[in-house]
Design a protein around this ligand. Structure first.
Ligand SMILES: Cc1ncc(COP(=O)(O)O)c(C=O)c1O
Length: 441
């Protein structure tokens, strides 16, 4: 394929394209990427950069994987799309069957949509309607952890209000309240105290509104957009069990944590809990296609069955269950066995843990933490906030060094594709720490 003229591309982009989470008045030009392979992206000047955040946490096996490419081409030659109301196809059925097998916990029924936000939006609608289908009209409230981010659609924004991103849209949101999150890190001496405090506060919230709460939606073990904040499996378990004891539906948003990211296939599996609904996207298609799942138990699904349409879920999208996306997701799932992906994940985690003592001693760093393939720490000084000066400075400096690392406010993190090599990880660590010394200049 011919490489596009970079200047021309950037000029036309500036004229016609509106980028996500971007202030076009101040941001520098976007980087024109022309191809990708494994852990690397290549720009229009031929520069290689390591994609150390897996392109917004999606491409778990790396870019342009030959086996996924082939699955996609084969599927395109067979069936590219068919509407999903009144029709079905093999990819959607196989994928639902295989993902629910890995999920376990009685989660057996899949509703497809297109991205993480819609997976959560669907889950919120399902939970709300489930209460009504059962004749319980008083449950109108949603709860979520303070700092949680569940996406950008209306319902998802309401349960992400504790993220601080959506203050402008408060007037449009449904009723949702936040509960405390007990963030922890390596060597945290106050962990137990923080967890007990958060649990006490949650118990009070449940006393106030437990009977009017339809659902609790949580990011399990790791809050991504809050700056890779981790909690313990035990804290998660306590929160979930307290909610379920009050008849509250528990939705786990595994959009970022699913498919091996936290060391297990799904984060909730480290807690031994049984969520009512699990939402998946991002790693589901290894970053190839827009696809998501909202997965529920059979007894939950059966509450929507009946003689009239009133009880059915009135939700669907043009591209629901797209065959190309399903084919890619099936191949991505198969790769876990074919490439022994969990050995790769263990290697990344082990290396991250080996770096911890260096991070703990570093004068500019606090709260270093590792969860599966995710390494994160906070800068001791500097502003919080999504686009703080430090985060923009570091992001641009890292890019110049050939590293796609995008700090969030005070948090610097790595979330590499699982195909990354030991040498590439070492390059990432060196560059990441070098960037911090630039901050002092
Ligand atoms: C935990 C979580 N939930 C939901 C979303 C929204 O997903 P999407 O961007 O695919 O709509 C994200 C995106 O980063 C996420 O991290």
């Amino acid at each position: 394929m011919q490489t596009p003229d970079k200047q021309d591309l950037i000029a036309r982009d500036a004229l016609h394209v509106w980028h996500p989470y971007t202030q076009h008045g101040t941001e520098s030009d976007p980087v024109a990427i022309v191809r990708a392979s494994g852990a690397s992206l290549f720009d229009a000047d031929g520069h290689e950069m390591l994609d150390l955040i897996s392109s917004w946490w999606t491409c778990i096996h790396g870019h342009a994987h030959p086996a996924i490419n082939k699955a996609l081409c084969d599927q395109a030659n067979q069936l590219e799309h068919v509407m999903f109301a009144g029709f079905t196809h093999q990819g959607a059925v196989d994928l639902a069957q295989q993902v629910t097998k890995v999920l376990g916990a009685g989660l057996s029924r899949v509703f497809y949509s297109d991205n993480g936000s819609t997976a959560n939006e669907v889950a919120l609608k399902m939970a709300y309607q489930y209460c009504r289908n059962k004749g319980d009209d008083k449950r109108t409230i949603f709860l979520s952890f303070k700092g949680d981010y569940h996406g950008d659609t209306m319902g998802a924004m309401a349960v992400s209000r504790g993220s601080g991103f959506f203050k402008l849209f408060e007037g449009l949101m449904c009723e949702a309240r936040t509960i405390p999150f007990a963030a922890t890190f390596s060597g945290d001496r106050q962990r137990e105290e923080k967890e007990n405090k958060a649990i006490t506060a949650f118990a009070q919230i449940l006393d106030q509104c437990g009977d009017q709460t339809a659902a609790l939606i949580l990011e399990p073990l790791m809050q991504g957009a809050a700056g890779m904040q981790f909690c313990t499996p035990d804290f998660l378990r306590r929160v979930v069990e307290m909610a379920q004891a009050r008849g509250i539906i528990v939705i786990l948003d595994e959009v970022a944590t699913g498919f091996g990211r936290t060391g297990s296939f799904f984060a909730f599996q480290q807690s031994g809990i049984r969520p009512d609904i699990v939402c998946l996207s991002k790693g589901l298609t290894a970053g190839y296609m827009a696809l998501s799942m909202t997965v529920v138990r059979e007894d939950f699904f059966q509450e929507f069955a009946g003689d009239t349409f009133n009880k059915a879920l009135a939700h669907g999208h043009s591209f629901t269950g797209n065959p190309l996306a399903c084919a890619v997701a099936l191949k991505s799932l198969a790769l876990f066995e074919e490439e022994n992906t969990f050995a790769r994940i263990a290697m990344i985690e082990q290396r991250h843990k080996q770096l911890l003592p260096t991070l703990q001693e570093h004068p500019l760093i606090e709260k270093p933490r590792v969860l599966g393939t995710v390494l994160a720490f906070d800068l001791r000084e500097g502003a919080a906030g999504y686009k703080s000066n430090e985060s923009i400075f570091l992001r641009d400096w890292y890019l110049q060094q050939g590293l796609n690392i995008r700090p969030y406010g005070k948090t610097v993190y790595l979330m590499p594709p699982y195909c990354i090599s030991k040498e590439q990880i070492d390059t990432a660590y060196d560059g990441m720490l070098n960037g911090l010394s630039q901050l002092r200049k």
